[in-house]
Design a protein around this ligand. Sequence first.
Ligand code: JFZ
Length: 422
Amino acid sequence: MTDAPPAHSVEKFRDWRFGLFVHWGLYALPARHEWVKNREKLTDEDYQPYFDHFEPDLYDPAKWARAAREAGMKYAVLTTKHHEGFCLWDSEVSDYTVAKTAWGKDLVGPFVEACRAEGLGVGFYHSLIDWHHPEFPIDLVHPQRDDEEAIAKAAGRDIQVYADYLHAQTRELLTNYGPIDIMWFDFSYPGRKYPDGRDGHGKGKDDWRSEELMAMVRELQPDILINDRLDIPGDFVTPEQYQPDGPMQRDGVPVLWEACQTLNGSWGYDRDNLDWKSPELLVKMLIDSVSKDGNLLLNVGPTGRGEFDPRALATLASIGEWMRLHERSIRGARPADGYVAPVDCRFTQKGNRLYLHLFSWPMGHIHLPGLAGKVKYAQLLNDASEIKRIVNDPHQQAQNTTMGGVGPDVLTLKLPIQKPNV
Ligand code: JFZ
């Protein structure tokens, strides 16, 4: 068994509630999804121009960190290496690193420093999968390089040589940059089979030597939290691109969780993808996560020159404006104990304050069963203006009778007809 992380790390993570995910690598240059090498079956040779032209002359992580803080984020997780295998730091055990590009120097250290300067926690995403390492067996099923040539190539490869490399790199990352808050490994897919029953060569804990790896991580960084993608239980679980339907559990016990979401469906910079989520939807995802005792890790894919593109910055700024006025209902907040929110609403709670988030504006009134007598005062959060309360509203009582009843002790809030413009 692997040890649990210290309680103070867990509570810090729960209080943060909102973080920045950064997917950055050579795939920022083709600018059409971080899986481009796999999706388009690009060979190492096809992919080489991106290495040769990687020169992020506008890289200024202080700007990233400021944008994150102003959006109301409290931590940031950077891809030190994604599946393509390219390392954003000067790894001693690889030549496939930023240090060997025209840019010629470490990107991870300045990122870590910039985060700390803005008071952000720091995490490293590190890919378990590696499409570049000579001993990583490219899988039959996943990645989908299921052509005969890839199969033949995979046959002579020794995953344990790759595992040594993975451990060595993890050691470098967790030794050279001071205290790191989160280690985000990605990802395992054990026991995959072809439809015809052939071994699909999935990858899991025996391939990565996950127990040993996790023990090393804890030894190097006793306060760190480790995610759940090593094919053994981690400290927090990572629903990806979906919102769970309630507080998450593992073996019937509440478990720490963090949803990760993209801005436009791609993690890496994807220039022509116009499928941007609105700031309003992203704020709802954040509220939804907190109402279910989870975090939201929201991703930006910087450009090949090292900037957040204007669309990403505008979205972060809008979220930041909402957070400026509503942060109290998010930071350090928890689900409301015992109260079930009405349809299209969410509750969050901090101390004796209950926050009601309305995902659609109900025009006039909202009825809250079970809350009469429990609420001493109500106000809008954005401008502190009073909201009138009606206890056991006679109109509502009449409706209760005709509509089957929602129970007694109904608190009715009298809202402005028009939604406040925030
Ligand atoms: C992985 C990566 O492949 C992806 O590029 C991105 O980095 C994302 C955050 O993580 O995507 C996954 C990993 C696991 C599953 C789905 C997508 N899964 O287990 O269903």
